[in-house]
Design a protein around this ligand. Structure first.
Ligand SMILES: Cc1cc2nc3c(=O)[nH]c(=O)nc-3n(C[C@H](O)[C@H](O)[C@H](O)COP(=O)(O)O)c2cc1C
Length: 140
């Protein structure tokens, strides 16, 4: 399964380069349209406040990409990358996208990932290619 990723400072790009999976990068103002299922890997850039936390503008290209021509409909899962020092808003952008589009958050890791993270994401991609279905369990 193809990985679609976004990267501001290069950590996520480095991670993706360590995998053996096909991939494409989301670039600002690039109308990337998907025609096959994919896994989204996104870093998180957010700000926290006592009332509402939200992703900051630097993440707009990912939100734009997901909305563009309903790309989100082909997204089989989201992988969040971030920094645990952000505590309560660790992988916030990934969670925000997961909630917005009801797409499962399948995995998370910090920075450019460890060898175990690379292995886990490759395994996930293969499982999805083989027909594994991952859906939200509706609590209602
Ligand atoms: C201004 C700023 C805000 C950030 N906000 C978050 C955040 O809300 N949650 C989180 O888990 N990591 C946050 N991070 C950490 C990045 O998501 C992390 O370093 C990630 O690996 C960066 O990926 P990239 O280099 O591909 O852009 C932030 C980093 C910066 C510089």
């Amino acid at each position: 399964m193809k990985l679609v990723y976004f990267s501001v400072t290069g950590q996520t790009r480095r991670f993706v380069g360590k995998t053996s999976l096909p991939h494409v990068e989301i670039l600002p103002d690039d109308d990337l349209e998907m025609s096959e299922p994919f896994l989204l890997i996104t870093p998180s850039y957010a700000e926290e406040s006592p009332t509402v936390s939200k992703s900051i503008d630097v993440m707009d290209p990912v939100f734009d990409f997901m909305a563009y021509n309903e790309n989100y409909k082909l997204c089989r899962g989201i992988i969040g990358t971030g920094n645990r020092n952000f505590a309560g808003i660790y992988i916030f952008t990934a969670k925000e996208l997961s909630a917005k589009y009801q797409i499962p958050l399948l995995y998370d890791f910090e920075f450019n990932g460890t060898p175990a993270d690379v292995e886990a994401v490759e395994k996930l991609a293969i499982q999805l290619d083989q027909g594994a279905k991952v859906t939200f369990k509706n609590p209602l």
